[in-house]
Ligand binder design. Structure first.
Ligand code: 8DG
Ligand code: CA
Ligand code: CA
Length: 339
């Protein structure tokens, strides 16, 4: 997951309330490590962000899906006083703000952040002085801290896509490549670049021997083209790293470093993976729930019927995203309609 979700748009009439709920959500995830509360605040923020008019009271907000009694009280306090005592206290606490800051570094999770803060490491400068406390992923996160916080404009991902496809197809024209995530949903900016890769010679039952080379060959060629400038991790089926157009495009000067993930999936699982990695997160949740209601279990690999025994059967054959929608009786939604 990319670290920071897009802030709710400024033209949404409740964006201040959404910001308040998002700040509470981040606190619950990073400091309290209470994922249940994190989800509750995020769901409420999403509900408010989708509401077309200004909310006038907690009571009005409560009518929305995802806003309960406790959150509606907070909304009342915020509407009446312009702030929230709970948030003021959270912001006043140095430990909280330090943990909040450190978890913005790619590779540093809430537990690691707490450990660092307890050891007196509280700022980005502190991290630079204590690099011995960081693993290789966290070191890359620190190196590109400012760049990774920046959103990637759509046209830059388009340029990157063109280079990636050209390069990989020169290697082998049979590779299939799709950039998923928020980019595929048509967003104007994204947090990272999510590439999905497959090859007809690699299926879930066959081609495992070649598997390890399929991804490594691609990564090596993008490294030698100087598109990939750093590696966080490289396994048989997943690459996590950093790319930049700096050395490739004449019109790009001091281009930013961007987080790039490349996943290799078996050919027969490609469309379930595309669906999953296109998201959004919430859309996936709804789609999985709908699949279950219609007797199927859906994940990033397969769609399988669930019989009366509750045990999933053999995966059904999927040759497009549309197939998946059809099997589970869900009206097809274009990627741009999945937010
Ligand atoms: P962004 O990068 O612009 O912030 O948005 P995104 O592209 O929608 O989010 P992402 O964090 O890069 O994840 C890509 C897709 O992966 C997401 O849209 C849906 C799917 N996905 C989930 N759950 C999770 C998860 O827990 N981890 C990851 N890495 N991906 C997930 O549905
Ligand atoms: Ca991602
Ligand atoms: Ca993404």
């Amino acid at each position: 997951m990319s670290k920071r979700k897009a802030p709710f748009s400024e033209d949404n009439p409740n964006h201040d309330l959404c910001d308040m709920l998002t700040e509470l959500a981040d606190y619950e995830r990073n400091v309290s490590r209470n994922i249940y509360k994190y989800n509750a605040y995020r769901n409420a923020a999403t509900a408010l962000a989708g509401h077309p008019t200004r909310i006038q009271s907690g009571e009005e907000a409560r009518k929305l899906n995802g806003v309960g009694a406790k959150i509606s009280k907070k909304i009342d306090e915020f509407l009446q006083t312009g702030k929230l005592q709970k948030l003021e206290k959270i912001r006043d606490d140095d430990t909280n703000t330090a943990i909040g800051l450190l978890t913005r570094v790619s590779g540093i999770g809430p537990a690691k952040a707490k450990q660092l803060v307890d050891a007196g490491v509280k700022t980005i400068e502190d991290l630079h002085r204590h690099e011995d406390k960081l693993n290789s992923h966290q070191l890359v996160g620190l190196k590109y801290f400012e760049d990774f916080e920046k959103k990637i404009p759509r046209h830059e991902i388009e340029q990157t896509e063109e280079i990636i496809k050209k390069e990989i197809h020169e290697l082998d024209p049979e590779y299939l490549i799709t950039i998923c995530g928020s980019y595929r949903r048509g967003q104007l900016e994204s947090g990272d670049i999510d590439v999905l890769l497959t090859h007809p010679s690699y299926t879930s039952t066959d081609g495992n021997a070649r598997r390890s080379q399929l991804l490594k060959k691609v990564v090596n060629s993008l490294v030698s083209k100087k598109l990939i400038i750093d590696t966080i991790s490289l396994g048989d089926v997943k690459f996590m790293g950093v790319c930049s157009l700096d050395k490739l495009k004449r019109d790009v000067r001091h281009g930013h470093a961007r987080r790039l993930d490349i996943r290799l999936t078996p050919h027969d699982q490609y469309y379930c993976s595309i669906l999953y990695f296109t998201g959004s997160d919430l859309f996936n949740k709804n789609m999985r729930a709908h699949a279950l209601q219609n007797g199927f279990t859906l994940n990033e690999y397969t769609l399988r019927p669930v019989g009366s025994t509750g045990i999933p059967g053999e995966p059904v054959v999927v040759t497009s995203e549309e197939d998946i929608f059809e099997y589970i009786g869900y009206p097809y939604k274009k990627p741009s309609e999945r937010d």
